[in-house]
Design a protein around this ligand. Structure first.
Ligand SMILES: Nc1ncnc2c1ncn2[C@@H]1O[C@H](COP(=O)(O)OP(=O)(O)O)[C@@H](O)[C@H]1O
Ligand SMILES: CC(=O)N[C@@H](CCC(=O)OP(=O)(O)O)C(=O)O
Length: 262
């Protein structure tokens, strides 16, 4: 049996809350196996853009990224957020290395083609270099990956962090038993949006479709679950969606929502 690898994604609402983020990083640092952190930061990007009088426009959970917005997300994701996470992890004795998808050529994408909507500088992932990530892990480092990728033409592209986590988990499942954990500010996928304790313990595709059609599952949870099921279908061993405070329990299936095929 191959070794366990944790691929953990942390969302923008937690990153924006210093106390919650610090508790999460402590728990992440203590995971006792090779691990990768993929982070978002959408909320911080929106705040900084507003300060610069750049308006944010989201379509289907994706940010319309023109050149000024690309500059903002590059500074925020690749700089401000990524480097602060790395510094805090160093203090927790986790030897983190901050990377975008362009660093080491780890995640390449293609600029999203213009159909009805022009998303601008947004990338759709084409390839993840699992061997390069494996080499970084083998040197004892923990990659902290920002939601930016690069194209063959040399563009830097804004890329959804949930998708980056899923694609990374899939690529790494050739060499590891990958446990993919999406951490955010709720206890899991809820069967009642008004009740924060109504956590679905196990979510199968049929129930997902039903909750989607009735609107119980909506907004950002839809692409997150599409990414979760895609990862499971492509060889990732375990996928969980949980509260950022419950990472330690979620790795063993003791918290959050387990995403399962049956
Ligand atoms: N059934 C549901 N259970 C939990 N969250 C849901 C549900 N339906 C929609 N959501 C929304 O999905 C959001 C998570 O998606 P998103 O904002 O993309 O996450 P992240 O912070 O990880 O980037 C939650 O903040 C919540 O408002
Ligand atoms: C193309 C696109 O939409 N990229 C996302 C990347 C950040 C992200 O995914 O952050 P969260 O996980 O905090 O939502 C964005 O700019 O919002």
């Amino acid at each position: 049996m191959s070794q366990t690898l944790y691929v953990v994604k942390i969302g923008g609402n937690v990153i924006d809350n210093p106390e919650a983020c610090s508790r999460f990083l402590k728990a992440f640092a203590q995971l006792d196996a090779p691990k990768i952190l993929v982070h978002g930061g959408g909320k911080v990007a929106t705040q900084i853009a507003a300060k610069l009088q750049i308006e944010t426009q989201m379509v289907d959970g994706r940010r319309i990224t023109d050149k000024p917005m690309l500059d903002v997300v590059t500074m925020v994701y690749g700089g401000l957020v990524n480097k602060n996470l790395v510094a805090q992890l160093q203090a927790e004795n986790c030897n983190a290395i901050g990377l975008t998808g362009a660093d080491g050529g780890i995640i390449r994408s293609v600029k999203r083609p213009v159909k009805t909507i022009d998303y601008g500088f947004v990338g759709d992932i084409e390839a993840v270099n699992g061997d390069q990530i494996d080499a970084i892990l083998s040197s004892g480092l923990t990659p902290i990956i920002a939601p930016l990728t690069y194209s063959a033409e040399g563009l830097l592209l804004n890329t959804n962090a949930d998708t980056m986590a899923s694609a990374t988990a899939v690529a790494m499942s050739e060499a590891f038993e990958v446990n993919l954990i999406y951490c955010f500010e709720k206890k899991g996928v809820l069967s009642d949006p008004d009740n924060d304790d109504a956590v679905i313990a196990k979510l199968v595709p049929a129930t997902y479709e039903e909750y989607k059609s009735t609107g119980v599952i909506n907004k950002g949870m839809i692409p997150k679950l599409d990414n979760a099921f895609a990862a499971l279908n492509a060889g990732v061993k375990q996928v969980t969606i949980c509260h950022a405070d419950e990472l330690a329990n979620a790795v063993s299936g003791g918290a959050g929502t387990a995403i399962v095929m049956a």
